[in-house]
Design a binder for this molecule. Structure first.
Ligand code: IMP
Length: 420
């Protein structure tokens, strides 16, 4: 793996944290390429469980890590996580490098995210309310505050004053919320700046040098393909580019320098927030999958909606990411079911059936799933995959034309089997 991207192949929460943690053992540099504290990665190492949002998972594995320009960084969250992992014995100085071009999530972004969702009512997106959309919006509008602004107190003060003056108008006049006190904001952010300044870096140059030196670089995506701003199920998406190409954009390297794209998919599907979900499970089996899989959000604690594995959506993920191999996680969650539906096609409103993900939103919103039903295996898969489980995985490989190389069989780091 000279340069490997690990990408979520569904709607996020595929178990990427665990796969990154596993592959990070063999990596030299682990690079988080988009999103911010909306991500929630759970890593279990021995008796220790880490729930992290902002830092790259590789830090837990003791690797050098980078946060790319395509990320948004909430300084308060980042500092909280740095303090936590340091107190649990993981050094961060000399291990974490944050792109000076990444944008900062400010307290008004969080306030506006919540206010907009409340205003949307029934039409809300179901965001994590961490300020992600408003922070990326300011970046696109070119009024954002960047990580490198932390290096110059004078510039930081100026930018904060400008931003607070503008955002307070929105907060007060549009959303009838309390304004921010500019001096209090400046004092807090200057404090953060002091703590974070040593981590600011030119991450494009760092990754370029690492690749030239033959180091193994892992690019870690957050969220998932169907939450991609351009290619996902808009508007029920996040505001960044989780697809594999996002890694090249975020770290400023040519796309040809990426060698492998490992897609991570659950053996079933989950989705948090609103939006259509064709293979969503109806009936009591929904609660069963949710309970066995412990499908409750790491960031928000929200219940995740659960569906049977959707090969139409997964085929789309293989296409838009250029996935070269797949990791199928949480297969153990399906072990007690006697029958396992897999969505193989969608039936469109006009009656046609398709294996390809609909390009038009109305087709996607109104399509119905067509299932093949595979027999379950009804036995433990911890040490070895029984015949039924192997057949389930082979069915996925045959349908997608992509090898499944890793299968997740439990929460701990060692509960992953190589599949061949
Ligand atoms: P935002 O990223 O907070 O703006 O939320 C936009 C959409 O992405 C919502 O449907 C969220 O539930 C979803 N989302 C954001 N981050 C994650 C994640 O890490 N896992 C799963 N869904 C996510």
């Amino acid at each position: 793996m000279p340069a490997t991207v690990i990408v979520g192949a569904q709607w996020g929460d595929e178990g990427k944290g665990k796969i990154v943690d596993l592959l990070a053992q063999e990596a030299d540099l682990v690079c988080r390429y988009q999103g911010g504290p909306n991500a929630g990665h759970t890593v279990v190492v021995g008796d220790e469980t880490y729930k992290i949002r902002q830092i790259p998972t590789g830090l837990i594995a003791g690797k050098r890590c980078a946060i790319g320009a395509g990320c948004v960084v909430d300084p308060a969250v980042l500092i909280g996580e740095l303090d936590e992992v340091e107190s649990r014995g993981h050094p961060t100085s000399g291990y974490l490098f944050v792109s000076g071009n990444a944008h900062l999530v400010m307290p008004w972004h969080v306030a506006l995210d919540g206010a907009r969702e409340r205003r949307l009512g029934n039409l809300q997106i179901g965001t994590t309310r961490r300020g992600i959309g408003p922070a990326y919006a300011d970046k696109a509008t070119r009024i954002g505050i960047r990580v490198q602004d932390l290096l110059d107190p004078k510039i930081l003060r100026q930018k904060l004053q400008l931003a607070v003056a503008e955002k307070n108008v929105w907060l007060q006049r549009v959303y009838e919320l309390e304004p921010f006190d500019v001096e209090a904001v400046v004092a807090t952010q200057l404090g953060y700046a002091e703590r974070l300044a040593p981590y600011v870096d030119d991450t494009s140059l760092r990754v370029d040098r690492a690749l030239r030196d033959g180091e193994r670089v892992l690019f870690e995506g957050a969220q998932g393909t169907l939450l991609d701003l351009d290619h996902g199920t808009y508007p029920f998406v996040t505001s960044s580019s989780p697809i594999a190409a996002g890694a090249a954009v975020s770290f400023g390297i040519g796309p040809g320098r990426i060698d492998e794209v490992l897609g991570v998919a659950k053996a079933y599907v989950t989705r948090v927030g609103e939006g259509p979900f064709p293979s969503e499970i109806e009936g009591p089996e929904h609660a069963r999958v949710q309970e066995i899989g412990q499908e409750f959000g790491t960031v928000t604690g929200r219940e995740r909606r659960c569906g049977w594995l959707d090969l139409v959506a997964l085929r789309f993920a293989v296409r838009v990411n250029g996935i070269t191999s797949l990791a199928l996680t949480k297969l153990d969650v399906l072990s007690s079911f006697s029958e396992l539906p897999i969505c193989v096609r969608y039936r469109l409103p006009d009656g046609r059936e398709t294996e390809d993900f609909p390009a038009h939103q109305s087709d996607f919103h109104h399509c119905r799933p067509v299932f093949d039903v595979l027999p379950g295996w009804e036995s433990s898969i911890e040490d070895e995959l029984p015949g039924g489980a192997r057949a389930y995985v082979s069915f996925v490989e045959d349908a997608l034309g992509v090898p499944v190389t890793l299968v997740g069989t439990g929460a701990a780091r060692e509960h992953v089997l190589a599949f061949d």
